[in-house]
Each structure stands twice: as structure tokens, then as C-alpha cells.
Design a protein around this ligand. Structure first.
Ligand code: PLP
Length: 387
């Protein structure tokens, strides 16, 4: 029986995704073409993954060179791209050690394990509570769902591992109160809640969170799965806040289109995990690591300031546009509160040749970081038409 892509998808793929009605066939940079030859400007990057858009020649060369040299090796052996990537990440952040996994959820799973072991090492198991923020998103595994401070994700999948406490973002006294029982080993937060609606955390709140974590000997852990790797105009969004987190997790754009997650550990956390405490078959494999080495090496200060500049240009355009109530976010991670509901705006944009995302009730833009000013202009014109 011959089936087209949409038919085979509906017949054989688990029903977990609501898809836009398009089969993408090829892409170059921020421009894609579907099976019927229609063109689209991409302002979603595969949800913040394709750092340099589709089929970036430098990235493709770095990845294929590695594939042609040595593909997968297990973590029972050393491999140069993984070690090189860890060195680059530590040098650029001041963090001390890195554990590699394959996704954002896995990066966060590692962070949760680091937090629990940190607490257990210091208290013999009585300090195991991890505080996260309401409206956060940390992943789809059972533990990262438990960490996610949104009721709707908890439906149907319980019981969850215990030991998570949720506090209102931005409320210092709520955080103080949640730390008070003395049973907390870590606080985990996104600097910008991506899935939660592109909500930027207040700087003073984050500084206070750091002070409180230090005072209570709890680890400050930052989830940079979506905000990381140049997305906001800094290598990591926490760098805007003047904090030194104990743990930073990242994934999505790290390897520029290949699955990779990383859990970076600072001075207080670097020796928490010991031999045999954690592992991953694919984590840090040479091909993904080579992609990530290429990505990180291109995220220079000059490139990052261009990301910030592009973000500013889009923001200015949109703030003057009809139908826009507010624009949130930083760099090329933007949330647009629209007068019309976000979902039909996104659907209309797609019909007119622009891929955008939504987050809660906002239109969300996460374009490839190397999108051209001309592509921005074309994309924003389509967006404005649909607002
Ligand atoms: C902040 C944050 N953390 C974790 C995740 C989970 O990442 P993954 O889908 O790669 O497991 C996401 C995904 O959207 C995210 O935005």
C-alpha cells in the first residue's frame, strides 16, 4: 500500500504531536521549502535547535568530517571531540566539569541527581527537596515532569518522585519560606521561561535567589536548555544576571541540530558525582560533540552582539505594529503578546510562508541566530500582516 507522508504519520506515529499542516522537504539557512515547493522563512529553528539554520555549510563540514573519521565510541574510551567541547564550555563559563547526555530532559535529570547527591553527601539524606518555579518547564521524563511547576503536565502520570517544591517566580519571600525548613538541596530555574510564555526573570530576584542558596547551602541550578548557546545574545542567559550558578544545563542549540545535552557543574558541584554514579550510552558521542565544538567556536562576542542587535530590530518593529500588546524576551528569543489569539496567528503566518511558534498565549520567535536582516524583514512583514 502506498502512502504519502501525512498518511503514514497518522497511521504509525504515536498521537503525541499536533502538527502544522506542512511536510518540510529541504532548507538552507532560515529558508525552507515544503514538498509542494512552497517557501517559508523560519523563525522557529526546530524549537531553538538549528543554531545556524538548515544545512549550514561549516556545520555540515564539521559533522561529516567527524562521521568520516570516527562515529560513535562508547564512554568506556576517551574521544577527542567530547574532551575538546568540555574544555571550551568550561573555559567560556568558568564551570569546572561537564556531563553529556542527549536532550534537555537528560541534562536536567543529571542536575537533579547532582542536587540529590549534594544534599545526601551533606546531610545523610535529609536534604533532598528541590525548589523549582511555578510555570516552569524542565522536560518530559517522570522526574523532569515532577520538576516542572505546571499542574497540567502532572495529570495522568503520577505518582511522581517526591521532593519537589514550587514557588512563584519573582517572589523573594516565597523562596525564603520554601528554603526555611532546611531540607532543600537545590533551586532550579530558567532565566527566561520559554514554554511558560517567554517570561524573563527579574535581575534582583535572581541575585536574591543566589544569596539565599548560598546562605542555605543549596545549589543554584540554571536551566539553559532553551536560553543557552547564544540564543539571548550572551553565550548563556545567566551571564546577563551577574550570577555564578553551581549547575547549568543546556541542550537544544548546543550541537546545532544534533541531539546533545550538557550538565555543567561549578566549583561546589564538580566532584559530587563519582565513578558509576551516572552514565549515558550516546552522551557526548564524537559526531554530536564535533557539531557542538563548531557551534561554540562560532559564538564569538562579535557574533553574539549581532544576535542582540537582530533581536532589538525585531522588537522595535513589533512594538510599533498593529495588534501587538507587548514583546518579552532577550536576543532572538522573543514572545509577542498579541491582540488576536496566538494559535491562529501562527497558522496564518504558515499559510503566508513564515514559520513561528507559540508559547502559552504568545507568539514565540526563535529564529536561527544567523538569520539575515533581509529574511527578518520578509518574515516580520508576514507576521505583521497576520496580527
Ligand atoms: C527550559 C527547558 N528545559 C528542558 C526542556 C526539555 O528538553 P528536551 O525536549 O530536549 O528534553 C525544554 C524543552 O523545551 C526546555 O525549554
Amino acid at each position: 500500500m502506498s502512502m504519502n507522508t501525512k498518511q503514514a504519520d497518522s497511521a504509525f506515529i504515536a498521537n503525541t504531536y499536533g502538527r502544522f499542516d506542512v511536510v518540510l522537504a529541504r532548507g538552507q539557512g532560515a529558508t525552507y521549502t515544503d514538498e509542494e515547493g512552497r517557501r517559508y522563512i523560519d523563525m522557529g529553528s526546530g524549537i531553538a535547535v538549528n543554531t545556524f539554520g538548515a544545512c549550514d555549510p561549516g556545520w555540515v563540514a564539521a559533522v561529516t568530517a567527524q562521521l568520516n573519521t570516527l562515529g560513535h565510541v562508547s564512554n568506556l574510551y576517551y574521544s577527542a571531540p567530547q574532551a575538546e567541547l568540555a574544555r571550551m564550555l568550561c573555559e567560556r563559563t568558568g564551570m569546572k566539569k561537564v556531563f553529556f547526555g542527549n536532550s534537555g530532559a537528560e541534562a536536567n535529570e543529571c542536575a537533579l541527581k547532582v542536587a540529590r547527591k549534594y544534599g545526601s553527601d551533606r546531610s545523610g539524606g535529609t536534604r533532598h527537596v528541590i525548589i523549582t518555579l511555578k510555570n516552569s518547564f524542565h522536560g518530559r521524563t517522570i522526574a523532569t515532569l515532577a520538576a516542572t511547576g505546571q499542574e497540567k503536565f502532572h495529570q495522568h502520570f503520577g505518582p511522581f518522585p517526591e521532593g519537589f517544591r514550587y514557588v512563584e517566580a519573582g517572589d523573594v519571600s516565597a523562596l525564603e519560606e520554601a528554603l526555611a525548613p532546611g531540607d532543600v538541596c537545590a533551586v532550579l530555574m530558567e532565566m527566561i521561561q520559554g514554554e511558560g510564555g517567554v517570561n524573563v526573570l527579574d535581575k534582583n530576584y535572581v541575585l536574591e535567589a543566589q544569596r539565599l542558596c548560598r546562605a542555605h547551602d543549596a545549589l543554584l541550578m540554571v536551566d539553559e536548555v532553551q536560553t543557552g548557546n547564544g540564543r539571548t545574545g550572551k553565550l548563556y542567559a545567566y551571564m546577563y544576571y551577574g550570577i555564578e550558578p553551581d549547575v547549568v544545563t543546556t541542550a537544544k542549540g548546543l550541537a546545532g541540530g544534533l541531539p546533545m545535552g550538557a550538565c555543567l557543574m561549578g566549583e561546589r558541584a564538580e566532584n559530587v558525582l563519582g565513578r558509576g554514579d551516572h552514565g549515558s550510552t550516546f552522551g557526548g558521542n564524537p559526531v554530536c560533540a564535533a557539531g557542538a565544538v563548531h557551534v561554540i567556536s562560532r559564538l564569538t562576542d562579535e557574533f553574539l552582539s549581532e544576535v542582540a542587535e537582530k533581536g532589538q530590530a525585531i522588537r522595535q518593529e513589533l512594538l510599533q505594529a498593529h495588534g501587538v500588546k507587548a514583546v518579552s524576551g532577550m536576543g532572538l528569543m522573543l514572545g509577542i503578546a498579541t491582540e488576536k489569539p496566538a494559535a491562529p496567528v501562527a497558522a496564518g503566518c504558515l499559510r503566508d510562508g513564515l514559520m513561528v511558534l507559540t508559547a502559552k498565549d504568545k507568539v514565540r520567535l526563535l529564529p536561527p541566530l544567523n538569520i539575515s536582516f533581509d529574511e527578518i524583514k520578509q518574515g516580520i512583514a508576514i507576521l505583521k500582516k497576520n496580527l
